[in-house]
Design a protein around this ligand. Structure first.
Ligand code: GUN
Length: 296
């Protein structure tokens, strides 16, 4: 069997088009423009690239983008003062503080100082608790993107066996909660899991989010299973730097029913879902109808 390729790049473009159409409608009917504030502390090159890309795509869907670039030695008090100002600003519907923060800043304190209703990353402890108890929340962008692709491919996920490899707060744990919310039977596996390949072989849906290049091989995959590869790993191959996922693509693709490639799978969905979350936050703030198909 050769797996169907789940094209995250194309899917992200349809999500952005849906967001743009809804943004145009609320501008026209309600005179409201959703706004996203992105805060970057320091000069980490990878973070600078992400932040630039977020700003560009925000403007492309018709929303306002506010960028705050702070020096690497910014004090916690100054950062918290900026967040307080953004929390109170009615033009700002979403706030994202780019991670990782410089070591002298307490990330948990900073994230938990964001108004949960504007927490478009879904990292605030209130949103984590709401998601964990099946209540309406802001949902972390990467797992939300994975859920959208799974729903699009399968329709209902009810009763499926899902194995999530990785227990991070950003991907693994929220992914497991989302799959549980869609009535999957969920296992969270991690570095201490015994006989990981045999656990993964039980899965109808496999989500890998560990950052270990090409860890999962085709013999781990149940024939016909759906594989969602969240890993983005840079490795040297034949003297070149290449991007690979947590799954060995060729061997998994030969066994799976469907698979996301790296690059071009989950990656492009993350910013698309950030834009979707900003629109959702704006609609909730103003008591407007929420966009369909763009939330959990
Ligand atoms: N750094 C890498 N990924 C992310 C993300 O999804 N959100 C934030 N805030 N920072 C990140």
């Amino acid at each position: 069997m050769t797996a169907k390729l789940i094209d995250g790049k194309a899917f992200a473009a349809t999500v952005r088009a849906k967001v743009a159409a809804h943004v145009a409608q609320i501008k026209e009917e309600n005179g409201i423009t959703p706004g996203l504030a992105v805060v970057l502390v320091g000069e980490d090159p990878a973070s600078q690239v992400y932040v630039r890309s977020k700003g560009k795509q925000t403007v492309e869907v018709g929303m306002n983008s506010y960028e705050y670039k702070l020096a690497a030695d910014t004090s916690e008090a100054d950062l918290l003062a900026l967040i307080d100002r953004l929390n109170k600003d009615p033009e700002v519907h979403g706030i994202l503080v780019q991670l990782p923060l410089p070591k002298h800043l307490d990330s948990d304190l900073v994230i938990n100082s964001i108004n949960p209703a504007k927490d478009v990353d879904g990292f605030h402890i209130s949103n984590v608790g709401l998601l964990g108890t099946g209540q309406k929340s802001m949902v972390p962008c990467t797992p939300l993107g994975c859920l959208m692709m799974l729903r699009d491919y399968h329709g209902s996920l009810s009763g499926m066996n899902a194995v999530v490899i990785g227990r991070s707060n950003i991907v693994g744990k929220p992914m497991a909660n989302l799959l549980l919310g869609d009535s999957c039977t969920v296992t969270i596996a991690h570095s201490r899991t015994k006989d990981l390949p045999s656990v993964v072989r039980q899965a109808d849906i496999v989500v890998t989010a560990v950052g270990r290049p090409e860890m999962a091989t085709g013999d781990w995959i149940k024939p016909g299973a759906t594989v969602i590869d969240v890993g983005i790993n840079r490795i040297e191959r034949d003297g070149k730097t290449v991007l690979v996922g947590d799954c060995e693509f060729d061997s998994c693709e030969a066994v799976a029913g469907a698979i996301t490639p790296v690059p071009g799978g989950v990656g492009p969905m993350t910013i698309a879902c950030l834009l979707a979350n900003t629109l959702t936050a704006c609609c909730r703030a103003h008591g407007l109808r929420e966009p369909e198909g763009l939330t959990a």
